[in-house]
Design a protein around this ligand. Sequence first.
Ligand SMILES: Nc1ncnc2c1ncn2[C@@H]1O[C@H](COP(=O)(O)OP(=O)(O)O)[C@@H](O)[C@H]1O
Ligand SMILES: [Mg+2]
Length: 237
Amino acid sequence: MAEPLIEVADLHAYYAESHVLQGVNLRIEAGEAVGLLGRNGMGKTTLIRATLRLMRATTGRVTIRGRDCSGERPDRVARLGIGYVPEGRGVFPNLSVRENLLMAARPGLRGQLDWTLDRVLQTFPRLSERLDHGGNQLSGGEQQMLAIGRALMTNPDLIVLDEATEGLAPKIVREIWNIVAGIRATGIASLVVDRNYRAVLAHTDRCVVIERGRVALEGKSRELAADEAQLQSYLGV
Ligand SMILES: Nc1ncnc2c1ncn2[C@@H]1O[C@H](COP(=O)(O)OP(=O)(O)O)[C@@H](O)[C@H]1O
Ligand SMILES: [Mg+2]
C-alpha cells in the first residue's frame, strides 16, 4: 500500500499549562477526504496547527509522506504538498487578488502544475472580477475563495480547510462546498473542519470526532451519517 500522506501518532499539545491534545492518532491517505468534527474548543484547530508544526509545545510523532516531521520547521512542512486555509483566512490585505494568488504559485511535489492563475480564476469567477482589488476590499466570501485559491496555487496533494464557511451567507456557503467537491474530484486529499457536520459527512470519506483533545469516534462518513443520534451526542447539537 502507498505511504499515508500524513500520520500523526500520540500527539500531545499544550498552551502553557493547558494540555489541549491528549494523545491523538490521525492518518490521511493519498486522495482521501477526511472530516474533523467536534464541538467548539475541543482541539480541532490545535490538531491542525500541531500537525503542520505551527506550534512547538507538542510531543508525539508527525510523519508526512514517510518523513519524520516532528521537529521540522513549519515552512518546510508547508512545502511537503500541503495547502492550508486557516481559520480566519489569512489573505494579505495590502496585496491585490492577483498578487495574493501569484505569490503562492509553485509546482507541486511531483512537479505538477495543474493549478495555474487561469484555472483558479475559472474555479472562482468572482475573483476574476476582483483581480486588482486589495485583499481588504473583498467580501468575506471572496476572501475565503482567495484563501482557497492561494492554497490551490501551491499545487498541493492535501488541502486543509479550517471553518472555511464560517460567517458566510448561505449562497456563498453552497458555492464553497461545490468547490470543495470539485477539488475532491481531482484527487487532492482534504482535511475539512466545519460546524455543519452534515456537509462534512457529505464531502468526506471518513470522519474523526475530537472530544477534549482525544479522538472520541471515527468511521466512514457514510456509516456515521446513518447514526446521527450517536454523532449528535458527541457534537452536542
Ligand atoms: N492561543 C491559545 N492560547 C491558549 N489557549 C488556546 C489557544 N488557542 C486555543 N486555545 C484553547 O485550546 C482549546 C482547543 O482550541 P481549538 O483547537 O481552537 O479548538 P477548536 O478548533 O476545536 O474549536 C480550547 O480550550 C481553547 O480555548
Ligand atoms: Mg477551530
